[in-house]
Write a protein that binds this ligand. Structure first.
Ligand code: 1YM
Length: 641
């Protein structure tokens, strides 16, 4: 972009009136909900960002005012104030009242920011109750005001003077409540995007402040000299990187700027985000394709050349090389073509080559200059490759249903009925409770699967590891549904899957582990209501030959109150410590018998809560996890399962 090109007001062409915008706001800003409301902010901020990209603006401030109006301030050149030859009005007024009156349409230097390419000011004006613009330029302060959808009520005038070098644009607008469903901005949504814009435009200082909040006096300020490298660092917070330095590569061709930053971590997820002109390209496109193609090729070439990948080894796939990769791709393009239903994919074919070139040259160089890191990256991809093959094999085995058959039948005490509609399976904590359950059950319809110890934490392990875990394999085989791509709910062998664990911390832990397993790998069985929790009693109240079991303290009190005084005084109350304490008949009567038991159906919501507990426990250290579970035992109990 040329920094010294003088802006000529005649560049602006008059295209359309503002009434059209008010009639069909959706056409211009998508929606009129809170998203549309936020959109207005970005349209104005985009003009400041354009000014920053042109090299004239360093600071942008966004303020949510008490009356739900928004102020955006920048220290750019200030919107031109001279008279526009076509409209015979000031250029500021033209920019704010004539649709499509942005620099781009006049051919005066391109805009690379997103949104409506810097033409959004008039759209914002059309959809506002009022707008005020102040321009600092030529040692003067200019002012103009619009009302009710862009009608000029005070044309541009000087309202004062300012210091010699002070320039900039201040805009305040109040969205029209007749147009929008809401006028309440969400600070955190705005903050996330402001932070993202700071990452994507290195060195630009962005501040967001909430004047609706008396306590917020300073707001939040972001400035990242490292740009998208710092974005990668931000995303990798709390993860363990496998190489210290973030790889940052950039290049330019024919006015198209391309930039990528990346770092591998020890996890298994890929976090790749791409942007074109600061807009997230959710569906990728040529910039992403170029990088991904080059990434796979360069890693394979390097691994072969250095004999890390042997001749007999299969080549690494795109999936393998993306495992544990955090990557930000940013492209700034003067004429981007967005494709797809949501316009979330970049279509410009020349970018594929630019991305491939810039990335492959830079990444190759990095690998050559950092052999230790290179080795770690290649080995990480090779592990992913092995895991992928192992998972495939395991899936095939689970499909055939012959997982460690001998061991399997040693564990599962299946029911006699082969009719899933009447069959149920109890997953029981511990061998001893498993023994009682086996004796006390109705063997026609009830199967018992005792779990030894705890099952593997699936949150922290890949599918292939999970499939190597004995307890999990047994569960999969017992269910009969297969797993992953192979999952088939119609093959489920039991109508009810009943988790039966003690009402203590360990029991809670096992329940959470099982729910996470079901949620991750067998979600439809939860969604279709096949999963239940048994409700073993908490108290046994005995008097004479009568034995009464109750589930809660309240039930206990209620029952005691209902007894005649003399019996109540002699009643024995025992707190049931665990399933193992009950004899088979007792267990059957209280917890398993279809006639007398209480079951609680597990919902997806229970699993989401269990999952949230897990996400808090993501770390590799056992100690915080133990501590959390002890502390949160109450919470886990509150899952009431
Ligand atoms: C708070 C909103 O709009 N800043 C802003 C806008 C412009 C300029 C500078 C600017 C651009 C150019 C030359 C140019 C705009 N100017 C126009 C138009 N902040 C905000 N800051 N001089 C100043 O593009 O050549 C549209 S936006 F069309 F008048 F040039």
């Amino acid at each position: 972009m040329k920094n010294n090109e003088h802006y000529d007001a005649s560049d602006i062409q008059v295209l359309e009136g503002l009434e059209a915008v008010r009639k069909r706001p959706g056409m211009y800003i998508g929606t009129t909900d809170v998203k549309g409301l936020h959109h207005l902010v970005w349209e104005i901020v985009d003009n400041s960002i354009d000014e920053a990209l042109a090299g004239y603006c360093e600071n942008i401030e966004i303020i949510i005012n008490k009356d739900n109006s928004i102020t955006v301030k920048d220290d750019g050149r200030g919107i031109p104030v001279d008279i526009h030859p076509k409209t015979k009005k000031s250029t500021v007024e033209t920019v704010y009242t004539v649709l499509h009156a942005g620099g781009k349409f006049g051919g005066g230097g391109y805009k690379v920011s997103g949104g409506l390419h810097g033409v959004g000011a008039s759209v914002v004006n059309a959809l506002s109750k009022w707008v005020e613009v102040k321009v600092y330029k030529n040692e003067k302060i200019y002012y103009i005001r619009f009302e009710n959808g862009g009608h000029t009520v005070e044309s541009l005038k000087e309202i004062g003077t300012c210091e010699k070098n002070r320039t900039g644009t201040h805009v305040t607008f109040k969205p029209d409540p007749d147009i929008f469903d809401t006028e309440i901005y969400d600070y955190n949504t705005l903050l996330t995007r402001v932070r993202e814009l700071a990452f994507l435009n290195k060195g630009l200082r962005l501040t967001l402040r909430d004047d609706r909040d008396e306590k917020d006096t300073t707001g939040d300020t972001f400035i990242y000299e490292g740009g998208i490298s710092e974005y990668v660092k931000f995303i990798n917070q709390g993860k363990t990187p496998i190489h210290e330095d973030i790889i940052h590569l950039e290049g330019e061709d024919d006015g198209v700027m391309f930039e990528v930053a990346m770092q591998y971590n020890t996890g298994y997820n890929e976090n790749i985000y791409s942007f074109v002109n600061n807009i997230n390209t959710h569906d990728g496109g040529t910039h992403e394709e170029g990088v991904k193609r080059a990434l796979t090729r360069v890693i394979n070439n390097y691994a072969r050349k250095n004999n890390i990948l042997k001749e007999k080894d299969e080549s690494l796939t795109g999936e393998d090389v993306k495992e544990g990769l955090t990557m930000i791709i940013s492209c700034k393009h003067p004429n981007p073509q967005f494709e797809g239903q949501t316009k979330g994919r970049l279509g410009n074919s020349e970018v594929r080559k630019l991305a491939d070139n810039v990335f492959s040259k830079g990444f190759e160089k990095f690998l050559l200059e950092n052999p230790d890191e290179a080795k770690l990256i290649v080995e990480k991809s090779m592990l992913a490759c092995r895991a992928r093959n192992a998972a495939k094999k395991a899936r095939e085995i689970s499909r055939k249903g012959d997982l460690t058959i001998t061991n399997f039948y040693g564990k599962l005490s299946d029911c006699k009925s082969k009719d899933p509609k009447v069959s149920e399976i109890f997953i029981v904590e511990g061998d001893s409770a498993g023994g009682s359950a086996k004796e006390g059950r109705d063997s026609m319809t009830q199967a018992i699967l005792p779990l030894r110890g705890k099952i593997l934490n699936v949150e922290k392990n890949r599918l292939d590891r999970a499939l190597n875990n004995e307890e999990i394999r047994t569960i999969i085989t017992a269910f009969g549904t297969g797993i992953g791509d192979e999952f088939d709910l119609d093959k489920l062998r039991y109508d009810k899957i009943i988790i039966m664990t003690d009402a203590d911390v360990d029991g809670a832990h096992i329940r959470v582990l099982l729910l996470t397993l079901f949620y991750r790998f067998f979600r439809p069985i939860v969604e279709k209501g096949h999963v239940y929790a048994a409700q073993p009693p908490l108290f046994r109240i005995s008097h004479g030959k009568v034995r009464k079991y109750v589930l809660t303290d309240e039930e206990k009190e209620q029952y005691l109150v209902s007894l005649p005084e003399n019996i109540r005084q002699r009643a024995e109350i025992a707190r049931m410590k665990g399933l193992g304490e009950m004899d088979p008949d007792e267990l059957n009567e209280t917890t398993m018998d279809i006639e007398s038991r209480t079951l609680r159906q597990i919902t997806v919501d229970d699993c989401v809560k269990a999952d949230a507990v897990f996400s808090k426990l993501m770390g590799d250290d056992v100690e915080p996890r133990r501590k959390f579970i002890e502390e949160q035992a109450g919470y886990v109990e509150n899952l009431d399962i």
